[in-house]
Design a protein around this ligand. Structure first.
Ligand code: BDR
Ligand code: CA
Length: 311
């Protein structure tokens, strides 16, 4: 029998985080140990409520804990132009009955890690929680097999010419993570912007009659409109789900090992992921960066996984 991969998701839902969460909860061969939440796409009160609503709606039995309400050093950023005032505009969740885990996200992740081995961390928001976890409890490191994150870009940014949102939200935390010595897999804008949810994708997903597909279709309609208004994109990019898809099917993304450093200068490139693909600097490679995507296989994996949910 294939080995089950234990994962911890750390997110800031967010439309694309919501789909990543749905995939993480039912991914074949994945065991979701817990979900940490931080401020990012919206304030912590909103991203936390969204995470709990999603877990309840999808019927997942997994602890959700609240983490950082602000970045380590810089002032907070949010993204209402894409995710709306609630952080997850468009889906009519009912009143939540579930409660948050009593621990804060960093303590919960520490406990889960110390009780398990070979855990994969999957950050799909700013790296504040993970940065604080590694800084506060370095003893968890031997329990982490790898970190598969959505963030950064080899090329252009999506908030400044140089920086992608998750990394720009907390460059100091990202620096801790990328300097940690742990194996890092970076799914950046170079590939996630190719995973566009076109009307054709939505049409196919409409045929899947279950709650996860309903979530996908409803959220992606709002997300697509906002992505079009803000960036002129012909569909919403499924940034965050790329992390889970990379775990579910090793053939979807191509990775190249290279040195990645984070610009923490505070200048115009603050928050940039400097990806030294040609090894100009001769520094040790610390990350596997996704350089290409098989888009067809990507959406096939997303659909197949969402089909695992009940009606
Ligand atoms: C990232 O920023 C957020 O708005 C998305 O949820 C994703 O994690 C893309 O830059
Ligand atoms: Ca996110």
């Amino acid at each position: 029998m294939d080995e089950i991969r234990k994962i911890i998701l750390d997110c800031d839902p967010g439309h694309d985080d919501a789909i990543a969460l749905a995939l993480a909860g039912k991914g074949k061969g994945l065991e979701l140990l817990g979900i940490g939440v931080e401020a990012g796409n919206q304030t912590l009160g909103k991203t936390g409520r969204n995470a709990l609503s999603l877990v309840e709606y999808l019927g997942l039995d997994v602890p959700v804990a609240l983490g950082a309400d602000r970045p380590i050093k810089r002032s907070p950023l949010t993204c209402p132009e894409i995710h709306g005032e609630t952080g997850l505009d468009g889906f009519p969740f009912k009143e939540i009955e579930r409660k948050f885990d009593e621990r804060d996200a960093i303590t919960m992740m520490k406990d889960l890690l110390l009780a398990n081995d070979k855990v994969t961390l999957v950050p799909t928001g700013p790296l504040t929680n993970i940065g604080l976890l590694l800084q506060t409890y370095p003893e968890v490191k031997p329990h982490i097999e790898k970190i598969v994150l959505m963030g950064g870009s080899m090329g252009m940014g999506n908030v400044t010419p140089a920086a992608e949102f998750n990394i720009l939200c907390d460059p100091e935390a990202a620096d801790i993570v990328f300097s940690s010595g742990l194996p890092i897999y970076m799914l950046g804008l170079d590939v996630t912007r190719k995973a566009l949810v076109t009307p054709k994708v939505i049409k196919k997903m409409k045929k899947v009659k279950n709650k996860a597909a309903k979530l996908f279709v409803t959220l992606m309609q709002v997300y697509n409109e906002n992505q079009f208004k803000t960036f002129g994109l012909k569909g919403g990019p499924l940034h965050d789900p790329a992390t889970i898809v990379a775990l579910l099917n090793k053939d979807v993304f191509t990775f190249k090992k290279m040195n990645v450093s984070i610009d923490t200068s505070g200048g115009p490139s603050y928050g940039r992921t400097n990806c030294d693909i040609s090894s100009f600097l001769g520094l040790p490679a610390n990350a596997y960066v996704a350089t290409d995507i098989d888009r067809k296989l990507f959406f096939k994996t997303v659909k197949k996984t969402l089909e695992r949910y009940s009606k």
